[in-house]
Design a protein around this ligand. Structure first.
Ligand code: ACO
Length: 451
């Protein structure tokens, strides 16, 4: 972690302004040990926007004590110029650009470029980037043999963990992490190949032949094509569905230091190769508390079944016998900005598919209306999150439930590699090594064996 946090110029003026520190004055926070009266001063560092942080890096050497913060609820593990979230205000920005503008005015590959390089591409830069990503989308042919080692009923995330980790065995020319060019190639390979790897995991599970990427197609279009085409007949991807998929990819592209991103950073802090680090991120994303909530929303709507059952369900939620899935978020205590876009996209997709009377959507809309006006949810600041609508969209698109999380992995790969690159390029990088509060046995001894 570098000592000075450089402001991301584009983020200035958005979200919560950092409190002003008088020119020349250094703000500090004093920690006092009430038992001994010893005191230590720690500098306060301001980012470009958002809460200040107390730099406690020397705390252990000063005091002989650690700080204790399981779950990192009050701890910044790094500094970053990539993504900013203000959960109270419902703000999400990539490199300073609000998510709402990015989904309206940019396509997913422009957003990838932005996340990876810090700025939106010029027309020439975009053309080259699209060419490069497109021409890395095929995987080494021998990798297809990996799939055959898995059972057909393997979860696609299990297959993805294995296959992505296996990329390290194929692309030795991009695993020297000290070489920026090799890091760039590895990043491009991961972003480009992930849709192919995910789509093939699906094809394998249903016993259909793998469909190869087509270079004339856009990123989202290609992914849908590899998922749903067969060699038997031409398959035309609906432009509405491919635009919706493109937006969904943008919405999920990064979310600062969440569990999977922190996993990628921690794995990478030991200088492990990027393919292995992203496989670790996929493993973390797989958990139902992270990538699996949209699946739970569908299950919940299915269980409610009919709008006349909503009052009973809400009562069960208030009695803590059920959870309103797709509501609430650790960071957002306001409308998740991604949920608003998802809601709109959901209506577009269902209209395109002639499913506007889809009972699940009606049920979801009614549930949302009731919850947004009910003091139980209002008082606890429980708003719809990104997963409330995404499961309905995916289902309408014909994406099977088991592919929801792999799709998330396809989108998040660019966030993971951008964060990984940022960490590796930081001259102050150190291996991540949290400490602990040991509560186990104190020293004890094994009795000597007699005889
Ligand atoms: N339904 C009903 N009550 C809820 C919900 C919910 N979805 N979420 C929180 N609450 C209640 C809790 O019971 C608690 O009430 P209390 O104060 O009376 O005890 C209060 O709101 C605070 O909840 P916590 O669980 O402490 O909030 P936390 O920040 O730890 O949890 C979480 C956040 C896990 C996302 C939670 O809101 C939840 O379980 N939501 C449903 C699952 C979901 O949609 N997850 C997707 C998140 S988005 C993503 O990962 C991409």
């Amino acid at each position: 972690m570098t000592k000075d946090v450089k402001p991301a110029a584009a983020a200035k003026g958005a979200g919560k302004p950092a409190p002003a520190t008088p020119a020349g004055a250094k703000r500090t926070v004093t920690v006092i040990d009430n038992a001994t009266g010893r005191k230590w001063d720690y500098p306060v560092i301001s980012g470009s926007v958002g809460p200040d942080v107390i730099d406690i890096r020397s705390f252990y050497s000063d005091s002989g004590m650690f700080t204790y913060d399981p779950g990192f609820t009050s701890t910044a593990s790094c500094d970053s110029t990539i993504t900013y979230i203000d959960g109270d205000a419902g703000i999400l920005m990539y490199r300073g650009y609000p998510i709402e503008e990015l989904v309206e005015r940019c396509d997913f590959l422009e957003v990838c470029y932005l996340l990876l390089k810090g700025e939106l591409p010029t027309a020439d830069q975009k053309a080259k980037f699209v060419f490069d990503i497109t021409h890395h989308s095929m995987v080494h042919e021998q990798l297809s043999a990996f799939y055959r080692g898995f059972r057909r009923d393997a979860h696609p995330m299990a297959v993805m963990c294995g296959v992505v980790g296996g990329l390290s065995a194929f692309y030795h020319d991009s695993t020297d992490i000290t070489d920026p060019r090799q890091r760039e190639i590895a990043s491009y390979r991961l972003v480009a190949k992930m849709p192919t790897i995910a789509a093939w995991a699906y094809k394998y599970s249903i016993g259909q032949p793998f469909i190869y990427p087509v270079n004339s197609m856009g990123f989202a279009e290609n992914f849908l094509h590899m998922m749903f085409a067969t060699p038997c007949e031409p398959y035309k991807v609906s432009p509405v569905l491919s635009k919706a998929m493109d937006r969904i990819l943008t919405l999920h592209a990064d979310h600062e230091q969440n569990a999977s991103t922190s996993t990628v950073r921690l794995s990478g802090s030991s200088d492990a190769n990027p393919f292995a680090c992203i496989a670790a991120g996929i493993a973390s994303l797989w958990g139902p508390a992270h990538g699996g909530a949209n699946e739970a929303v569908l299950k919940m709507l299915g269980e409610i079944g009919d709008h006349k059952n909503i009052p009973d369900f809400i009562k069960r939620v208030k009695d803590k016998k059920a959870r309103l899935m797709g509501f609430g978020h650790r960071v957002y205590k306001n409308y998740d900005p991604r949920a608003k876009v998802m809601q709109r996209t959901c209506h577009e997709v269902l209209d395109e598919l002639g499913l506007h009377d889809e009972p699940l959507l009606k049920l979801a809309t009614e549930l949302e209306k009731i919850a947004l006006n009910d003091p139980y949810f209002v008082d606890r600041k429980l708003y719809p999150n990104v997963d409330f609508y995404s499961g309905i969209i995916f289902r309408a698109m014909g994406i099977p439930v088991a592919m929801f999380t792999p799709l998330f992995a396809v989108a998040r790969t660019v966030g993971w590699v951008s964060q990984w690159n940022e960490m590796i390029s930081d001259p102050g990088k150190r291996i991540g090594r949290p400490r602990q509060l040991y509560t186990g046995a104190t020293t004890r001894h094994i009795p000597k064996k007699k005889g």
